[in-house]
Design a protein around this ligand. Structure first.
Ligand code: UT7
Length: 337
């Protein structure tokens, strides 16, 4: 392999995902429900996006609650205890509040020690960014057990009167435990990228230092997510394909060697276009967006958990994860499961 860090590094370390878990809220919002709220149709949503329903968190259920539940499942699968975790990273664009960070709240909820805990924000690419950060801490021998989570309560920043966006998003969380496991190869390589020149395509302008919350920002709807769907779509296909191609080339493998491709679940047409350009078969592509819509940072994390627990991925299989989101940001990773 061209990638020098593939397999064991010079410290004899590898970084494996030893546990995954996910959690979605109980409440289901179907396309039929949306038909009663805005001018839309099941037919439009299904043909343009592939989404049939999405999960919506309860009023008293926050991103940290979804994250903690997903984390507990990943911890159980890895066969570790919360006390063994050395670092918590949460990727989210919908933290419980601007500060303190959501990872600190998760630390308390799962009963971890007073370990370093921080959030990262790379929108829908956040889970891959967080995986790469966790990987670096494992490979450098800084930590032995890292908890990485992608969690979102997107319903809290959705404008339920805007049919262009409100049909697309949902709530949920996915988590992974990273550990050094010299017997397996784990995370082989990751390619990350960003283009701040296209920041305006997908954003929530209000509530930060640029537009602090005022009665006017609320009246103007600046605390809602907004998106130029068409431009975002084009950029998504292009960036996801090039990130995926980069990691496959670095590993010196072609797409036929990949057992399961886990793309960001934003739109069925994006997934199909990316799959087609990469030469992936429909059987290789993992799709669950019909059930959850776009859950941003949680998207590929939930999909990875479902792919593992449905038996689609077995130990030793090569998997390709690809994400894209606001920033713009993107990333891809090849993992030997
Ligand atoms: O997670 C980060 C990455 N996110 C993405 O990658 C999302 C990328 N974008 C998309 O998935 C698609 O662009 C959308 C699903 C958001 C939109 O699909 P589109 O094929 O690009 O539709 P459009 O925006 O061109 O809208 C077509 C028409 C418009 O009507 P007019 O102007 O042609 O009369 C919209 O007003 O569809 C209308 N429309 C709707 N109609 C019924 C937009 N939303 C709806 C709706 N129901 N919910």
């Amino acid at each position: 392999m061209k990638n020098p860090r593939a397999k064991h590094n010079f410290l004899g370390r590898t970084c494996s995902i030893t546990g995954v878990g996910s959690y979605v809220p109980d409440r289901i919002l179907t396309n039929a429900d949306l038909e009663k709220m805005i001018e839309t149709s099941d037919e439009w949503i299904t043909t343009r996006t592939g989404i049939k329903e999405r999960r919506i968190a309860a009023a008293d259920e926050f991103t940290s609650d979804l994250a903690a539940k997903a984390a507990q499942r990943a911890i159980a699968m890895a066969g570790v205890t919360a006390e063994q975790i050395d670092l918590i990273i949460v990727a989210s664009i919908t933290p419980d509040m601007p500060f303190p960070n959501t990872a600190c709240l998760v630390q308390q909820k799962i009963g971890a020690r007073r370990i370093p805990s921080f959030d990262i924000e790379a929108a829908c690419s956040g889970f891959i960014y967080a995986l790469e950060i966790g990987h670096q801490f494992i490979m450098s021998r800084t930590y032995e057990t890292v908890l990485v989570i992608g969690a979102e309560k997107l319903s809290s920043i959705t404008n339920w009167k805007d049919r262009n966006t409100c049909v697309l998003f949902g709530d949920g969380a996915g988590a992974a435990i990273l550990q050094n496991r010299p017997s397996s190869h784990g995370l082989l390589t990751t390619a990350l990228g960003a283009d701040g020149g296209k920041a305006e395509l997908l954003s929530m302008p209000g509530g930060g230092s640029r537009c602090p919350a005022t009665a006017q920002t609320v009246t103007d709807g600046l605390h809602f997510l907004r998106m130029d769907g068409k431009e975002t779509f084009k950029n998504a296909v292009q960036a996801m394909c090039s990130a995926a191609t980069e990691v496959l080339e670095r590993c010196e493998i072609d797409i036929t060697k990949i057992k399961c491709v886990i793309p960001h679940q934003a739109n069925r047409r994006i997934i199909d276009a990316v799959g087609e350009r990469l030469g992936a078969t429909p059987e290789q592509l993992f799709v669950n967006l019909h059930k959850y819509g776009n859950t941003s940072a949680a998207s590929v994390a939930i999909a990875l958990d479902e792919a593992v627990h449905s038996g689609k991925i077995q130990r030793g299989d090569l998997i390709l994860i690809i994400a894209f989101g606001a920033g713009l940001t993107w990333g891809a990773a090849v993992i030997e499961w």
